[in-house]
Design a protein. Structure first.
Lengths: 264, 636
């Protein structure tokens, strides 16, 4: 088994554990490169089926290319697809900086959707290498009743024995991609020929490395027009992946505050 | 600004064909783990552009001196508290290969995080502060690494700059710590004097310690081996789930060890049903129908279909029919406990082993080990952060392996309430694999009705048939009472016969020795023979130590309602004083190994029909009690 095989096996194991142990689970599909890999891995785990709802928490401010992608593949892959809207920015915590407030809409939309569908757990495609705070996550990560994450008191998790026993009312985030890195995602996308939103490829010397809302996501300088070239570029870059995500840079603790409240 | 994504770029640079080794950094609080990590990053050129500058500026802004540890402790909460809260995972690279570092906290309360980190590591760096020497967590972490299965350990004696790079200070710590590790059976691969702050012996050999000729920290890491998949071990394929999304019935799971081929006969333990592998399923399906895999092996998450519609469920352990896992209801374990409330004798917990779950009860706490000084005590509780040697029992048969034979199916966690409260590794020392005892080998066999019904026999004999199963320590009086009772019963017109341990071993069981499996088989046969006697209308009296509850329960099943367990009770001291056969003396001197009560367990009955306390009763009084019981129970 090579490195990608090992990553794939670990993710499949996590999917199957969660699907067996937790009733009423759904997957968050942000349409980005990570969640597309996550969806692909789910189909591998369940032999071509995705036996739970796949949900897009829609801010309404995504790029047109993302919506087109969503329409096409939710049908082509025969997904049990759910679209849920986010509340207006006025309902978010006004002490947060502007971009973080915009991102916080998604948290509110997410909470409402979980409430509406009574989901006990959600698959989310976060990775440890994305951000220092995400590095602290567990694979099975319990949330309090209001969705908050207490990173100071997390369950032990070892020998692939994840925490799968929870009192009623606890919501769980399951992270099948936690151990992947950005370049792993691209190499796997390449190997498996997983469809990619064209925004990730260079256009006029710029490309998106990470996709979010149109108004708070910015492209980076790049000449990469294929998956191969992206991989090539990543092997030499010293710029971080989320550098184009405004909310990460507004204040030292923006991301931490967002996550503590339930952001992915 | 946010201290942000330290690791992204180091990870990005990983080439596909490069090796990846996962390491954990452990050690006592404030001994410099995070500083070491910061240095490792910087000195191997793995830092993202501007990261060092950003941290320096942040320090200036806050009016604090620059610390290498800030690279690692990039989170605000951590900086405020000055403690690494959790296992973060970050990536760096050397010329040889790539590394994931799991930085484990040294604070005592965060032991669960250290365990979470260490359990997924291939190697460890254990940091000891040269100014403080070996501390509580240095020892505890060393012990836990061993218990968790981390065998490649580099010990970094840090802050050598603060002791003027003195060789004697290093030598003293090295000697002390090596002695500690040796006492738990661990040999550290390297002990390295370093200064993380100054960069001595991290990536570059120190200019300040020319008395040291060993490798740097990076050099030692590069010398470690990659984890090996358990390909050469017997097949273990725990069933994770069974899928029926379409017309296929797919048994899904991960191969924990060995290889599996299409056409192999699989046995599912503990139900012990067998079937052959019809196909190995994959997605996307290969365009060529012959393109499906024929073999899968350790580490792969797979799905197979079987040639028969067996009832198979999550938790079943598939293996080949040769070299299957152990089947048992009872086993020994070394457990590290993280639970909020103590592990206690008599309490029961949910056990998770591979994909299986079972309720287990703590039958015995044999030792509680203080991992900091290795002193052991015999209490009834294992407190948080302690290690206990315990005996666990389940109500049903479990499929498992000894940890030394298969690490992946020889370990488990215990759940207390909703929380993972401890982890353990399994030993079967002194306990029998019950597989052969519960396996029905013959097929195509049918029961035949007897010519004489039980009622007719009872009427003729004037009493019912039965088994009087005597159990107790050697010297408790089983044989004495059994033979006297046999005479007494005979005189009063009962049909009775004593099955005695040594007598049976002269004949029926002459081919059995004293291994746990042979002892269990010995008792199984006696149980079956006694049951036949009882069905023949006689009273069978058995006089065997029969120390294991599982064995006696099996005898009870064989004889059904005719079975009467009689506990011939005497405390160990009394039995040892009597020592009618001189066996205790030999056991004490080590001449006899695994002697019940001395060096092997005796599991006293919990629900015996009758208890005869021979340390309080005379032989005659005991016989009277037994006779009264027999008259009441068996007389027609």
């Amino acid at each position: 088994m090579n490195h990608l095989d090992e990553l794939e096996a670990q993710s499949i194991y996590i999917f199957r554990e969660a699907f067996n142990k937790i009733d009423n689970i759904a997957m968050l599909w942000s349409l980005g490169k990570d969640s597309n890999v996550m969806l692909w891995l789910a189909r591998k785990a369940f032999f071509g089926h995705v036996p739970f709802p796949v949900m897009h928490i829609d801010t309404g401010k995504k790029f047109p290319e993302m919506y087109a992608f969503r329409e096409r593949y939710s049908k082509e892959w025969n997904l049990n697809f759910l679209r849920e809207e986010c509340p207006p920015v006025e309902e978010t915590d006004e002490t947060l900086p502007p971009a973080a407030r915009s991102a916080a809409r998604k948290t509110l939309g997410l909470k409402a959707a979980v409430e509406k569908h009574k989901f006990n757990a959600l698959f989310a495609g976060i990775r440890r290498d994305e951000e220092a705070l995400r590095a602290k996550e567990r694979v099975f990560s319990p949330r309090g009743e209001t969705g908050q994450w207490d990173y100071r008191d997390q369950p032990p998790e070892f020998w692939d024995q994840y925490k799968t026993d929870f009192p009623p009312g606890v919501h769980i985030r399951v992270h099948p991609l936690l151990h992947w890195t950005e370049i792993d995602i691209w190499r796997y996308t390449q190997r498996e020929t997983i469809p990619v939103i064209p925004l990730y490829f260079s256009n006029n010397g710029k490309r998106y490395r990470s996709l979010g809302d149109q108004d708070i996501t910015f492209p980076v300088d790049s000449q990469a027009t294929t998956v191969e070239e992206i991989i090539e570029e990543l092997t030499v870059t010293r710029v971080s992946e989320r550098s184009g995500r405004a909310m990460d840079h507004e204040a030292e603790d923006s991301f931490e505050r967002l996550r503590a409240e339930g952001y992915m | 600004m946010n201290a942000g994504p330290i690791p992204a770029t180091a990870a990005s640079t990983r080439a596909l064909n490069r090796q990846l080794l996962r390491i954990v950094i452990v050690g006592h609080v404030d001994h410099g783990k995070s500083t070491l990590v910061g240095r490792l990053f910087n000195d191997t050129g793995s830092l993202p552009e501007g990261k060092l500058e950003a941290i320096r500026k942040m320090c200036e802004r806050r009016g604090m001196p620059f610390e290498w540890a800030f690279l690692m402790d990039a989170m605000q909460a951590e900086r405020d508290q000055g403690i690494t809260i959790d296992t973060s995972q970050i990536w760096f690279k050397t010329e040889k290969r790539d590394y994931t570092i799991i930085d484990a906290p040294g604070h005592k309360e965060f032991l669960k995080n250290m365990i979470t980190g260490a359990a997924q590591s291939d190697a460890a760096v254990l940091v000891i502060d040269a100014t403080e020497g070996v501390q509580e967590q240095s020892r505890r972490h060393g012990y836990l690494l061993h218990l968790l299965g981390v065998r490649q350990i580099a010990v970094a004696v840090n802050k050598m700059d603060a002791v003027a790079y003195r060789e004697d200070v290093f030598a003293e710590i090295e000697t002390e710590y090596r002695a500690y590790l040796a006492s738990i059976g661990v040999t550290p691969t390297f002990v390295i004097p370093v200064s993380a702050r100054e960069g001595d012996n991290i990536a570059l050999p120190s200019q300040n310690m020319d008395w040291y000729n060993g490798p740097t920290v990076v050099g030692s890491l590069d010398s470690f081996n990659l984890p090996m998949a358990h390909l050469d071990r017997p097949l273990r394929f725990p069933v994770q789930d069974v899928y029926k999304f379409d017309d296929r019935r797919i048994i899904a799971g991960r191969i924990e060890s060995g290889r599996l081929h299409v056409g192999d006969e699989l046995i599912f333990s503990p139900s012990n049903k067998t079937a052959r592998v019809k196909s190995i399923e994959t997605w996307p399906e290969p365009s060529d129908p012959d393109g499906k895999p024929e073999t899968v092996s350790a580490g792969q998450c797979v799905g197979v279909t079987l040639d028969e519609q067996l009832f198979v469920e999550r938790g079943d352990m598939a293996s080949h029919t040769k070299n299957p896992p152990v089947e048992t209801e009872v086993f020994r374990a070394r457990i590290f406990w993280l639970g909020r409330s103590a592990l206690e004798k008599g309490k029961s917990y949910k056990m998770k082993l591979a994909t299986g779950e079972a309720r287990v009860t703590v039958q015995e706490i044999e030792h509680v080990l203080d991992t900091t000084d290795l002193s052991s005590s015999t209490t009834q509780k294992v407190e948080r952060n302690q290690v206990g040697e315990v005996v666990l029992r389940s109500r049903r048969l479990l499929a498992l392996d000894e940890h030394t034979r298969n690490g992946r199916t020889g370990r488990f966690v215990l759940i207390d309430g909703y929380d993972i409260a401890g982890g353990g590794i399994i030993s079967m020392e002194g306990y029998a694999d019950q597989r052969s005892l519960v396996t029905q080998r013959a097929q195509n066999i049918t029961r035949v009705e007897h010519g004489v019904p039980t009622d007719d026999r009872e009427r003729q004999n004037g009493h019912k048939g039965g088994v009087l199963w005597f159990t107790g320590l050697s010297g408790a009086g089983k044989s004495t009472l059994a033979t006297k009772l046999e005479r007494e019963l005979f005189d009063r017109g009962y049909q009775s016969y004593v099955l005695d341990g040594d007598n049976i071993r002269f004949g029926l069981n002459a081919n059995l020795g004293f291994s746990p499996e042979d002892r269990a088989e010995n008792i199984r046969r006696v149980g079956e023979v006694a049951a036949l006697f009882s069905r023949a209308g006689m009273l069978a009296i058995t006089a065997f130590i029969s120390p294991y509850r599982s064995d006696r329960d099996r005898a009870r099943v064989a004889a059904g309602e005719h079975f009467h367990e009689i506990y011939i009770k005497a405390d160990l001291e009394t039995c040892e004083q009597r020592d009618p056969k001189g066996l205790y003396r030999k056991a004490r001197s080590g001449e006899i190994k695994e002697f019940t009560g001395i060096s092997a367990p005796y599991e006293a009955p919990e629900t015996a029909e009758l208890v005869i306390d021979t340390s309080a009763l005379s032989v005659d009084d005991a016989i009277s009690e037994l006779m009264a019981y027999v008259d009441k129970t068996f007389r027609k």
